[in-house]
Design a protein around this ligand. Structure first.
Ligand SMILES: [Zn+2]
Ligand SMILES: [Zn+2]
Length: 373
């Protein structure tokens, strides 16, 4: 049961994306096919396109999506065709050492499988003229349809739009989870967020919802820190004069340093500034994915002397089945205005423009509207 679908294919790193017909095989055991209605466009996709993150090609990128299940494979009992779902890119196994100790977002088997471009059995459901096309992070959401492990699917309420559900599954989970789960921010704690893209703005929303004060947004763009202030940040600091000078500005704005400095750019200089912005017992929380060869230089003395810390955070330390419905419930109650993170929409054929908007540095989150594709 193979279906012709429309998908944006990356031929090789350094090239562009071309929207074309691709064949999609039916779902195997433990898999479902999803008719996609929305996909977020994320910096990690850009890293795959420009080669910063090596990716097996040809590939269909995209790893933030939502849609409706339209076919289920053998052994799938929890979901039936017609179910509205959002997607997680972490189909944790439940069996490995990491899953056993509650760290499902670090699942050893899922992380191992992510790089090979297949689904959990290592093979691809995507092809073109009989030759394989590879999946990306198990999801491949720059397409009209996808086949994913059922463990990637989280059901969503009828009144939540696919666009919001799509971004909740990566950017929002990553940013809010870093604040709530990795850092565990409590009311009244001081938070700074470095980098005001989709993930950083989600961290701002998470910090505001947690009752942090002040919440300081840092970016190279005054326009973006101004938007962060409309989302509840109390201060905007423009990145200027390098890491040490920017950290000094954050320390001044916060009245002596922050409890948590969330870093969402992946740049070592921003991670350094985040660390330098912290107060005693404070922590830099590093979310942004640096280049594989990046090295972070930090002053060593304040780590023991002031108990200052560096925490890593991937996927917001999330457990999708527990955390994603909670995100959407906060959105429905008006406590987390996720729709305000969506700054532009494009059809699948407009994916080049979507990445241009991200490159231009003015977009929060661009969402592909896949309904007409
Ligand atoms: Zn992402
Ligand atoms: Zn596992």
């Amino acid at each position: 049961m193979t279906t012709a679908i429309r998908a944006a294919v990356l031929e090789e790193a350094g090239g562009g994306l071309a929207v074309q017909d691709v064949e999609l095989a039916g779902p195997g055991p433990g898999e479902v096919r999803v008719r996609l209605y929305a996909s977020g466009v994320c910096h990690s996709d850009l890293n795959a396109i420009d080669g910063t993150a090596p990716t097996r090609c040809p590939a269909v990128l995209g790893h933030e999506g939502a849609g409706v299940v339209d076919a289920v494979g053998e052994g799938v009992r929890d979901l039936a065709p017609g179910a509205r779902v959002m997607l997680s890119w972490m189909p944790s196994c439940g069996d490995c050492d990491e899953c056993a100790r509650g760290l499902e977002h670090l699942c050893a088997s899922a992380w191992d499988g992510m790089g090979h471009g297949g689904l959990l059995d290592g093979t691809s459901r995507l092809s073109r003229g009989g030759a394989p096309v590879y999946h990306y992070s198990f999801l491949s959401t720059f397409a009209t349809h996808t086949v994913v492990p059922v463990r990637c699917c989280i059901p969503i309420p009828d009144d939540v739009g696919f666009d919001v559900a799509a971004i909740a599954g990566c950017a929002v989970a990553t940013g809010t989870g870093a604040v709530w789960r990795t850092a565990g921010v409590r009311p009244g704690e001081r938070v700074a967020v470095f980098g005001c893209g989709g993930v950083g703005m989600s961290a701002v929303l998470g910090a505001v919802a947690a009752g942090a004060h002040p919440v300081i947004a840092v970016d190279v763009s005054d326009e973006k820190t101004a938007v962060a202030q409309t989302l509840g940040a109390t201060h905007g600091v423009r990145w200027s004069g390098g890491a040490d000078a920017t950290a000094a500005a954050v320390i001044e704005a916060s009245g002596g340093g922050v409890d948590y400095a969330i870093e969402a750019t992946g740049r070592p200089e921003a991670a350094r500034a985040a660390f330098l912005s912290t107060r005693a017992r404070g922590a830099a929380v590093l979310i942004g994915i640096p280049r594989a060869d990046a090295v972070l230089e930090l002053p060593a003395l304040p780590i023991p002397r002031m108990e200052r810390r560096v925490l890593g955070s991937i996927y917001g330390s999330s457990r999708p089945a527990r955390d994603f419905p909670a995100l959407l419930e906060l959105y429905r109650r008006g406590r987390l205005p996720l729709d305000r993170l969506i700054s532009a929409r494009q059809p699948l054929d407009g994916i080049g423009e979507a990445f241009d908007a991200m490159h231009g540095g003015t977009a929060l989150r661009v969402v592909l509207d896949l309904e007409e594709a």
